[in-house]
Design a protein around this ligand. Structure first.
Ligand SMILES: [Fe+2]
Length: 436
């Protein structure tokens, strides 16, 4: 069996293969980073399509305001050109100019009035700021993310601008750090739990590992009662491992470099290798999936550039060492499982992730109906099981037995002796281990 992973595993190297982000996305990120109490000032210039009249317009709009194409005097549609500025206060503009230009490497775009400047506009790093004397908003915080923080601002990670704005310098693509697993014996029963949590887009969530083992894993039971088109965008997750197992119903999905969209049926699963672009297209009524994510908290990024399906078809492509897997029930090969009375179908996920994780479906082994199960121990870091069908009793060493039904889930810590008894013939278990 593989050794227990080292503490604070750094799974993914610096994600330098990420596509360059557009300025708009970088700016949106920068805007979110600034104190929301700040004021955003939108400068709008209308560039007419067909006539030669140019109107310079200057206005202030709150966050979230939308500017629409406006007709010109001749009725032609104008294409508005829009710049958002974050306004920051200052007492003495002349102190700020060298800081924002020389230290932060921004450029000064405008300054006025000439005799006694009170406003200066700087742009750079996807951000545009307007520093103005006598304004009342707080000075806020600017986060600058760059590929090499040590080559920026003399390697300082925190600075204070003369106007009071705090500057944080961070890595553009920080390596993924997996927290140390906090082992515990967890039994999550469907019947005992609070109602489903209503999430985004009508999706309902059950948290199957509430303590998340110290942040090392999230396991969710997700269902969508009303199927139909899913309002999703092409996106990717910065993760160490991610599994989508279709428990009930079906869902249409499309993945980067994996060809045309396909339907994921009940009993089948996919893994989403780190940063693979994908999109959920359509779901059946009453679809239910089990989603596993490692670590529990990870960043999801929208890719505004990629259209799926894309032209390249390369199923062997490695995404940070992992190959995309679509495991289908009809491809299953059943084999013995170490637990007495069980057999399993392997999803090939361990082989295709380089051993990051293993995913198996367990069922009753008919030839072993009379076997009295012995206790079993594992030495995986994480061992998660979801009861998909049938009934069984989970007996843990020194613990009260748990009678389990479909929808129940449990985590067994390494080294703990357990056995499955009173197993019904229709038992079906989803078993996920890390490493695989
Ligand atoms: Fe996703």
């Amino acid at each position: 069996m593989p050794a227990k992973p080292a503490r604070n595993r750094r799974l993914a190297p610096s994600l330098t293969n990420s596509p360059a982000r557009g300025d708009g996305q970088a700016m949106a990120g920068a805007l979110r980073a600034v104190n929301p109490a700040g004021v955003v000032c939108l400068n709008v210039r209308f560039r007419p399509k067909r006539d030669t009249r140019i109107c310079h317009h200057h206005t202030q709009l709150p966050f979230g305001a939308t500017l629409l194409r406006l007709p010109t005097a001749t009725g032609a549609t104008a294409m508005p050109e829009t710049f958002a500025e974050i306004r920051l206060p200052t007492d003495e503009l002349r102190d700020d100019i060298p800081f924002f230009t020389k230290v932060l490497g921004m450029r000064m775009d405008s300054i006025y009035p000439a005799d006694d400047p009170s406003v200066a506009v700087f742009s750079g790093h996807g951000l545009r700021i307007r520093i103005e004397k006598g304004t009342s908003e707080p000075p806020g915080t600017i986060r600058i993310r760059c590929e090499d923080p040590f080559a920026f601002a003399d390697g300082k990670r925190e600075l204070m601008a003369p106007n009071g704005t705090r500057i944080e310098i961070d890595e553009l693509n920080p390596p993924l750090v997996l927290p140390e697993t906090v082992h515990s014996f967890v039994v999550r029963r469907l019947a005992d739990q609070a109602p489903w949590i209503i999430g985004r887009a009508g999706m309902q969530y059950r948290d199957l590992i509430p303590d998340r083992l110290g942040g090392s894993i999230i396991a969710s039971h997700i269902r969508i009662p009303d199927g139909g088109p899913v309002p999703d965008m092409v996106h990717y997750h910065t993760v160490g491992f991610q599994l989508i197992f279709c428990y009930r119903g079906w869902v249409d999905l499309v993945y980067e470099d994996q060809g045309e969209p396909f339907r994921l049926h009940a009993g089948c699963c996919v893994i989403q290798p780190p940063e693979i672009r994908h999109r959920v297209l359509y779901a059946s009524d009453n679809i239910e999936v089990i989603e596993i994510g490692v670590p529990a908290e990870h960043v999801t990024t929208i890719d505004h550039e990629m259209v799926l399906p894309n032209e390249t078809v390369n199923p062997d492509r490695l995404f940070q060492g992992q190959r995309f897997v679509h495991h289908k029930t009809e491809d299953a090969v059943w084999q013995p499982h170490p637990r007495d009375g069980f057999q399993c179908r392997d999803t090939t996920i361990a082989a295709n992730t380089g051993g990051v994780a293993g995913v198996q479906v367990l069922r009753h082994a008919e030839e072993n109906t009379d076997v009295i199960p012995t206790h079993h121990r594992h030495d995986a870091d994480i061992h998660f099981t979801f009861v998909m069908d049938g009934k069984m009793t989970l007996e843990g060493e020194g613990r009260e037995p748990h009678d389990l039904e479909p929808g129940d889930a449990f985590v067994i810590p390494p080294g703990m002796a357990t056995r499955y008894t009173n197993v019904s013939n229709d038992i079906e278990l989803l078993e996920v281990t890390l490493p695989g």
